[in-house]
Design a protein around this ligand. Structure first.
Ligand SMILES: Cc1ncc(COP(=O)(O)O)c(C=O)c1O
Length: 476
């Protein structure tokens, strides 16, 4: 497939081949490979039926291209693997802990660092302490685990996306922004007693992987600090967000990406982080704060649920891999390649007339299933149908981000259409090449050509919380 011409390369400061070449290359060589098992269409039809038409319930071996998530699926570098051999597995005060803590401090700058086994463990500890029944926690858009952990603690998770995010086609560069006028109104009405914490998710995973601008982060911080409410960043994709600021926000084009990251966190009082995203690690996370008394309470809970405060549910070798990955991900050549490789897929889909969230985001491509399958009602889950068909067509595993994921109130069980019905193709970091992406494009186009024959789905069984992980479906 023809290479997309990428203007952004011309703005890369360091002289390099990529400034003059149009072809996007993966800025790494492959040293270890994992074979992909190929399946036939007949086999896939049987496999997805046996999995209750839920791609989460497939065996990974039965998937050809796995775009279920970019979480924990990255390829680690030779440096990270080497660091793992240095892992100090001492129970308390291990060398690996200090390397991890120093790497986190260097970039994020918070005084207190609490390691956890993954992002949701950080959320569980934070909300378990901060959230009371009836608390309100605003965010640009809560991720599913964030929302579920807040609701589990009795709170209300409120999404305040900016109005530009409503138009999936608009080219607005920071569609991940929060509606700060709505936030200011909510804070004035409810105050710090009802709102124990304000969050922003960078990039906005549930809102199309769109970035949040520095101006927006600064404004949220101003509102939060004015009302004495702690401001937290859900930092999973902090490096991709920083690179978007560098490439899209006037005034930052000459700032090093690491300094953009540092500035973002300087406006916050803490963060939750899943190191399974922008730290290239297969497991890990952390919780940060500047509040020493709060950190003490969090560590007490950590000991109960995760482990001693210098390892928090992680092996020493995992702490080492995260310490390396956090700096490696801020390599600007890697980040340019990362953003451009997502754009490559989005631009080709748009050329084919296939509805996709624009502009391209940081870690994933989001198909607009409601426009892809306009004959299927939201409560018949067009995103689930599309995800199933992509698997049947070519063994591509994706995830519905729509009415299955967000349409049910976990407390009342009531159902309504989610804001959007999207299908997310999350691209694991440094795992797939351009030919894999060309295969995915071909698969999407084949499903697009037979879209009018695709039926909606119904839920056969589902749990109360996070139903998309284990629900089973059937065709209508
Ligand atoms: C924005 C966001 N927050 C939180 C999480 C939870 O992280 P983890 O899967 O490590 O628990 C995720 C995971 O996908 C995420 O994308």
């Amino acid at each position: 497939m023809r290479a997309v011409t990428v203007n952004v390369h011309r703005r890369v400061r360091d002289p390099s081949a990529s400034e003059i070449m149009k072809t996007i290359i993966e800025p790494f060589r492959i040293k270890v490979v994992e074979p992909i098992k190929l399946t036939t269409r007949d086999e896939r039809e049987q496999l997805i039926e046996a999995a209750g038409y839920n791609p989460f319930l497939l065996r990974a071996d039965d998937v050809i291209i796995d775009l279920l998530t970019d979480s924990g699926t990255s390829a680690m570098s030779s440096e990270a693997w080497a660091a793992m051999m240095r892992g100090d597995e001492s129970y308390a005060g291990a060398r690996s802990w200090y390397r991890f803590r120093d790497a986190v401090n260097d970039i994020f700058g918070f005084e207190q660092v609490i390691p956890t086994h993954q992002g949701r463990a950080a959320e569980h500890i934070l909300f378990g302490i901060m959230v009371q029944p009836d608390s309100i926690i605003p965010n640009n858009t809560h991720f599913d685990t964030t929302r579920a952990n807040i609701e589990f603690s009795g709170g209300n998770a409120i999404d305040l996306p900016c109005s530009e995010a409503e138009d999936l086609d608009s080219e607005y560069p920071f569609k991940g922004n929060m509606d700060t006028a709505a936030l200011e109104k909510l804070v004035a009405e409810k105050g710090p007693v009802r709102i124990p914490i304000i969050m922003v998710t960078i990039t906005n995973n549930s809102g199309g992987g769109q970035p949040v601008s520095m101006a927006n982060i600064r404004e949220i911080s101003r509102i939060a600090r004015g009302a004495n409410i702690p401001f937290y960043i859900d930092a999973c994709r902090f490096a991709e967000n920083s690179q978007f600021i560098k490439r899209r926000e006037p005034g930052y084009e000459n700032t090093a990406t690491i300094d953009i990251a540092r500035e973002m966190f300087s406006y916050a009082d803490g963060c939750t982080m899943s190191a399974k995203k922008d730290a290239f690690a297969n497991i890990g996370g952390f919780l940060c704060t500047n509040d020493a008394a709060l950190a003490q309470r969090e560590r007490n809970l950590l000991i109960l649920t995760e482990g001693f405060p210098t390892y928090g549910g992680l092996a020493g070798r995992d702490l080492e891999a995260i310490a390396v990955g956090l700096h490696e991900v801020l390599d600007e050549h890697y980040l340019d390649y990362r953003l451009l490789s997502i754009r490559y897929v989005v631009e080709h889909l748009r050329e084919l007339g296939i509805p996709v969230v624009a502009p391209s985001g940081g870690h994933a491509v989001y198909l607009d299933a409601r426009r892809f399958l306009p004959h299927i009602e939201p409560l018949q889950y067009p995103g689930q149908s599309l995800a199933v068909e992509l698997y049947v067509e070519a063994g591509v595993r994706t995830v519905e981000i729509g009415t299955v994921m967000f349409g049910a109130d976990s407390r009342t069980g009531e159902e309504c259409a989610a804001r959007f019905d999207l299908v997310r193709l999350a691209i694991p970091r440094r795992v797939y090449t351009q030919s894999h992406m060309d295969y995915v494009l071909e698969a999407i186009n084949l499903v697009w050509e037979r879209r009018s024959d695709i039926r909606g789905m119904r839920i056969v069984r589902a749990p109360q919380f996070l139903r998309h992980f284990t629900a089973e479906f059937d065709w209508i």
